[in-house]
Design a protein around this ligand. Structure first.
Ligand SMILES: *[C@@H]1O[C@H](CO)[C@@H](O)[C@H](O)[C@H]1NC(C)=O
Ligand SMILES: *[C@@H]1O[C@H](CO)[C@@H](O)[C@H](O)[C@H]1NC(C)=O
Ligand SMILES: *[C@@H]1O[C@H](CO)[C@@H](O)[C@H](O)[C@H]1NC(C)=O
Ligand SMILES: *[C@@H]1O[C@H](CO)[C@@H](O)[C@H](O)[C@H]1NC(C)=O
Ligand SMILES: *[C@@H]1O[C@H](CO)[C@@H](O)[C@H](O)[C@H]1NC(C)=O
Ligand SMILES: *[C@@H]1O[C@H](CO)[C@@H](O)[C@H](O)[C@H]1NC(C)=O
Ligand SMILES: *[C@@H]1O[C@H](CO)[C@@H](O)[C@H](O)[C@H]1NC(C)=O
Length: 258
């Protein structure tokens, strides 16, 4: 029996050695929000000597020793919640400075050390409202073309549109070098040019009405379902009134004959 247990231990330790390093999953969080970091590998309580969550490998967030209560280090007091059931940690009200790698580490009674979770947390602020400006317009009776510049603080893209009565085609798109993790997009929809600024946690847009740029451009008609229903309803009522009127006359004629 003892041998069996020992064997199990060895197998377990081997398994730990084999997967000592786990790759960090990236988690994007909106500034001011909370994130729950789970332990992804089973922690065997009987083997546990100590357990810790660390920030960027060296800063202590929390530590649990086998016999003691969880200890939250001063920088994180009141900012985290720890679950004694599953060892997950919830980081609250995250700020950009909290971005970094969070690692859960287990030290076993035998002295083996292993990672039980690893997350690369990236805190991002809401994307700012982009600026949409016209940089070139050519508008005459037969065709219209224009170039817009859609910009944020750190990057911009230029896009050229060519329009005829009701359709515009998007021709060239040129983008400047931007910072990673934020994106600018220009497209057209329902008679508007839309400039969309997004990152991993939010997006926002600025729009420009095409008709204000190309004066001969007609906004495509869209059938409104309310109008269709109203139309059908009115038709039925009108038909009903005509019907009643017709039968009314018919009945009067019948009465007159009698
Ligand atoms: C942790 O688990 C909870 C519940 O299963 C889930 O909502 C949350 O997204 C997980 N956290 C991460 C970082 O995957
Ligand atoms: C846990 O044990 C280690 C090693 O004995 C010690 O350095 C550390 O201060 C202990 N932490 C807590 C929270 O008791
Ligand atoms: C861990 O426990 C916390 C708090 O009880 C819970 O919110 C969370 O969903 C649990 N995580 C998993 C992966 O079950
Ligand atoms: C209208 O402008 C386009 C270029 O935008 C040009 O090719 C075309 O010749 C112009 N037509 C007239 C009638 O000026
Ligand atoms: C976009 O257009 C602006 C104004 O015409 C110009 O200054 C800028 O260099 C253009 N950017 C790119 C990436 O072509
Ligand atoms: C803006 O971009 C985001 C991310 O690509 C997308 O989810 C969203 O639907 C876009 N919004 C508009 C109005 O285009
Ligand atoms: C972005 O576009 C959507 C519809 O596509 C609109 O409802 C929303 O108000 C726009 N946001 C801003 C900030 O203009």
């Amino acid at each position: 029996m003892k041998l069996f247990v020992l064997l199990l231990f060895v197998v377990y330790e081997l398994y730990l050695c084999e997967s000592e390093e786990i790759s960090a999953g990236t988690v994007f969080v909106l500034k001011g929000e909370d994130v729950l970091l789970n332990v992804t590998k089973a922690v065997v309580l009987e083997d546990l000597f100590s357990f810790s969550w660390k920030y960027n490998e060296n800063k202590n967030v929390l530590q649990v020793n086998s016999s003691n209560n969880p200890h939250v280090f001063p920088d994180y007091a009141g900012r985290i919640e720890f679950s004694v059931n599953n060892f997950s940690v919830e980081l609250k009200n995250l700020q950009e400075s909290d971005s970094g790698v969070y690692t859960a580490r287990v030290i076993t009674l035998l002295g083996g050390e292993t990672e039980a979770a690893k997350y690369n947390v990236k805190v991002e602020d809401r994307a700012s409202l982009p600026l949409l400006t016209l940089s070139f317009v050519s508008d005459n009776s037969s065709s219209c073309s224009f170039t817009v510049t859609c910009s944020s603080q750190d990057s911009h893209i230029n896009s050229t549109f060519s329009c005829e009565t009701r359709t515009c085609s998007q021709e060239g798109v040129e983008r400047s070098e931007g910072i990673p993790d934020t994106f600018l997009q220009v497209h057209q929809s329902r008679g508007s040019i839309i400039c969309n600024h997004s990152n991993h946690v939010s997006w926002t847009n600025t729009t420009k009405i095409i008709k204000d740029v190309c004066h001969q451009y007609d906004v495509p008609h869209q059938l409104n379902p309310v109008h269709i229903i109203l139309g059908v309803f009115l038709t039925i009522i009108i038909l009903a009134i005509i019907g009643v009127g017709y039968f009314g006359v018919f009945e009067k004629e019948e009465q007159a004959k009698e």
